[in-house]
Design a protein around this ligand. Structure first.
Ligand code: HH2
Length: 264
């Protein structure tokens, strides 16, 4: 899943793909690098990011979704917490809603059901503004799984089919650096819920921390490391900025990991 942030303020690429032209060029680049899905987002969710109104978010996202669908043969997800934005993006050609608030908007489940879309349910506590003051867990993996379960039940009750749902531990959302590492290591606890898992570790601060504090743009090799570790522990979708590096790392890792260890 290639990240396309059409925002002025995303933490690692804010402002670079704000206009439809550069955004489409980036989409082409990611498709050529082997992205299976392009995730278009019009609102940053970094801690302390400015809120964006529905109209503004639609103006950012919809032309890019339309342009991608008109030209490229890669499915699109829309990274939004707003049901109205999701509805419009699905009409514009997106096929998946990536909702970091996991149905925080009460109208979201019906929008997804009505369109027969896919849905990514991500774990977070609070909002992007408050989340980093909610990092107390007993057992982080078990707590994240337990907190996702009621949302999952709501999605299913709204008629979203099992085959359309993906779960995400929410790396960096109400988590400390250590908790992010532990969540990737213990993805198996989440896998027990029975859905495919997505990991979004790309360029996040814990990777910089593990590598002596390097800045966001130096974190793509570290991101690939996190993806491969996630693959080994059961994740199957990886949300990344640098598609080529992640794709290469994952393709090579998968050609090895798909052979059962006991066959060695
Ligand atoms: N992380 C970000 C945004 N959306 N969606 C999912 N499912 N999982 C994630 O981990 C995730 C996400 C934050 O990263 P980014 O888009 O790079 O930055 P920003 O929120 O500043 O736009």
């Amino acid at each position: 899943m290639g990240i396309l942030n059409v925002t002025p303020d995303s933490f690692s690429d804010g402002g670079r793909f704000r206009d439809a032209g550069p955004a489409l060029a980036r989409a082409r680049e990611m498709a050529a690098a082997g992205a299976d899905l392009l995730d278009v987002g019009g609102e940053s969710t970094r801690p302390g990011a400015a809120a964006v109104g529905v109209d503004e978010e639609m103006q950012r996202v919809l032309p890019v979704v339309q342009a991608i669908r008109a030209e490229l043969d890669v499915p699109v997800s829309v990274d939004t917490r707003k049901a109205e934005v999701a509805r419009a993006a699905l009409v514009a050609g997106a096929e998946v809603v990536n909702d970091v608030s996991a149905l925080g908007d009460p109208a979201m489940a019906d929008v997804v059901t009505g369109a027969g879309a896919g849905l990514v349910l991500m774990h977070m506590r609070g909002t992007p503004a408050t989340m980093q003051s909610h990092t107390t867990y007993g057992d982080v993996a078990a707590d994240v799984a337990a907190e996702l379960a009621p949302t999952l039940a709501r999605a299913r009750a709204a008629g979203i089919e099992d085959g359309r749902i993906v779960l995400d531990p929410g790396i960096g959302f109400a988590k400390t650096a250590e908790q992010n590492v532990e969540l990737i290591a213990r993805l198996g606890v989440l896998a027990r819920l029975g859905y495919p898992l997505l990991v979004g570790a790309s360029r996040k601060a814990f990777i910089g921390g593990l590598l002596g504090g390097i800045p966001a743009h130096g974190r793509d090799a570290g991101t690939a490391g996190a993806c491969v570790a996630g693959l080994a522990r059961g994740a199957r979708i990886f949300r990344v900025h640098d598609v080529r590096t992640a794709r290469h790392a994952l393709d090579v890792a998968w050609s090895i990991l798909r052979i059962p260890a006991e066959a060695a």
